[in-house]
Design a protein around this ligand. Structure first.
Ligand SMILES: Nc1ncnc2c1ncn2[C@@H]1O[C@H](COP(=O)(O)OP(=O)(O)OP(=O)(O)O)[C@@H](O)[C@H]1O
Ligand SMILES: [Mg+2]
Length: 261
């Protein structure tokens, strides 16, 4: 079996806080993998380690067969990333930015320009009349970041919450293009809190909570006939059993009568 991502006891700590705790993951080539977990579980940190943004504290990982400690430009050219915090060049227009990114990935100038225009049309952000990225809406920025992540036809795509803030039409367009990339043999590693999208797209899932891997395998086996959100809640609620109650919303008459005070 060929793996695109392998992690062995991958651990990241900030001081005494262990953010990812000895994660061992294997992601098969050509699969659409949903990396799921509650807020603060360690998903973005894992993606940051795999893409070279932060260094692990201990453990190791390989992407596309290359140790992340030695990832060089030629490996980086084979991956695409939509990070959690977008880092765009705000003083460029959309076409300028995408053409620049295409050139950074060594696409010939004309190809970079042509793909940039196609992508902007495809994502419906072409009609911006020279608007600089700093004036883009949140959703427009997210769409542009996705275009930048795929302009070079990557073999491995990391997507950290790509559907957050995206409208329904664009969401469908994105799903279609991701399915096309998958059909071409790409591997996609996605984090998303929108479990309906995960259910529709992913063949495999892994669940992480408080930095620990709770489950990894096929989505169908994980869900076991239930809806994905039900299966997910069942797994993560086992590790979050603190009482959840707001006293002032629990009883009909409020404990504190505001008019009397
Ligand atoms: N630079 C940092 N310094 C200290 N703690 C950090 C740092 N980055 C992340 N953390 C902590 O690590 C934990 C995991 O953060 P991370 O961003 O990986 O979570 P996540 O699973 O992506 O959450 P979300 O679903 O909210 O995006 C959090 O408790 C966070 O506060
Ligand atoms: Mg995150």
């Amino acid at each position: 079996m060929e793996y695109c991502i392998e992690t062995y006891n991958l651990t990241k700590s900030y001081g005494d806080i262990v953010v990812t705790d000895a994660l061992s993951l294997c992601i098969e080539k050509g699969t659409f993998h949903g990396f799921l977990g509650p807020n603060g579980a360690g998903k973005s940190t894992t993606i940051k380690m795999l893409t070279g943004i932060v260094a692990p504290t201990s453990g190791s990982a390989r992407i596309l067969g290359c140790d992340i400690k030695h990832t060089n430009a030629s490996t980086k050219k084979r991956i695409g990333v939509v990070p959690e915090e977008l880092c765009l060049f705000e003083n460029l227009t959309g076409p300028e930015y995408l053409t620049f990114i295409g050139r950074m990935y060594s696409l010939p100038r004309k190809l970079a320009r042509d793909r940039a225009h196609e992508l902007l049309y495809w994502m419906d952000i072409h009609d911006t009349n020279g608007t600089l990225i700093l004036e883009y809406s949140h959703g427009m920025r997210k769409k542009l970041a996705l275009c930048a992540a795929i302009i070079h036809d990557p073999e491995l795509l990391f997507l950290d919450e790509p559907f957050e803030g995206i409208d329904a039409v664009a969401s469908r367009t994105i799903r279609e293009v991701l399915e096309k990339l998958l059909a071409r043999g790409a591997t996609i590693f996605l984090t998303s809190h929108i479990l309906e999208v995960v259910e529709r797209l992913c063949s495999h899932v892994s669940i992480i909570d408080k930095g620990k891997l709770l489950w990894q395998g096929g989505l169908t086996e994980f869900a076991g006939g239930k809806r994905l959100d039900e299966a997910f809640l069942q797994v993560v609620s086992k590790t979050n059993e603190s009482p959840r109650r707001l006293s002032w919303l629990s009883s009909k008459g409020s404990d504190c009568n505001m008019e009397q005070n």
